[in-house]
Design a protein around this ligand. Sequence first.
Ligand code: SF4
Length: 337
Amino acid sequence: MNPSELSEVALEAGLPRFAAGQICSWLYSKRVSTIDAMTNISKSGRETLKSICEVGITPYSEVFVSADGTKKYIFDMDGSAVEAVMIPDGDRATLCVSSQKGCAMGCRFCMTGRGGFHGNLDAAQILSQFFAIDEAPILTNAVFMGMGEPLANYTQVMKVMEVLTSEWGLGWSPKRITLSTIGVIPRLRDYLAQSRCHLAVSLHNPFHDERLSVMPREESWPIAQIVDILRSQDFSGQRRVSFEYTMFAGFNDSKRHADALARLLRGIECRINLIRFHEIPDFPYKCSPAPVMEAFRDRLNAAGITTTIRASRGEDILAACGLLAGKYNNPSENSME
Ligand code: SF4
């Protein structure tokens, strides 16, 4: 909840309005997990609060640790397994957070998409991923790239971003947060207007028919339109836009694709992240070989678009891009339990 919602709760509990500020501080600065711990609120006030609300952090149920230090946390959210991945990198610790139980977008190369959609997470369930993990106090960055399409759960995701970036909340700079989307056009416009956080767009193929063959939502939200919307935005300041491009051998890794990509993105200040594809069952393509990826990267850089090959993290615990399946994978070798 934000301060104005907490004022309503305070009033309902018979507390003075300023108690909302105290509750906010207990929740987001001191990060208590019970109402009893809010000791500057009268005992009777706390009892009333307990009768009408709860702190609402969902603890994780399981954690898997990769050889590279990446950790995959499993949460049981209303009976659905939801995954969040913590990626350490020098003095940074980034949380890859899930916004939905499963996903309705149906991208054919993604295990989350394969599992179907089981509902939205509410703001408390999304925030639990930040508050309940072992690294909660040292998290520095967040990417909304876990399970689900965050723009399809817009209201709750924006509420979480408000908590993360407000002075009364965690006080993070918007520069520490990136939302990743396949390009839900109506909500993309809202996000660009209402948020200052970074944006990553899952592009994967510059050609309509080919993109459509692996991303069914290309039908309603074509990449050409998405890029037109982005071209009208100014990304020369604090906010950045990047494009995610998973490399499939023989599908999207030719010179023709690199050149079309460079043409498509001309005029947008952006970068491209090339992602190694992690094979999944019943999908016809494998990952492009390393030399092909490097040549693709070099061709784009030569065309003036900063392009890097993203290091893949957490593959051994199936925590890497596209592998969050919402079920327990290979727990025996990696579980801490
Ligand atoms: Fe959903 Fe993203 Fe997977 Fe597509 S890639 S199915 S949008 S989670």
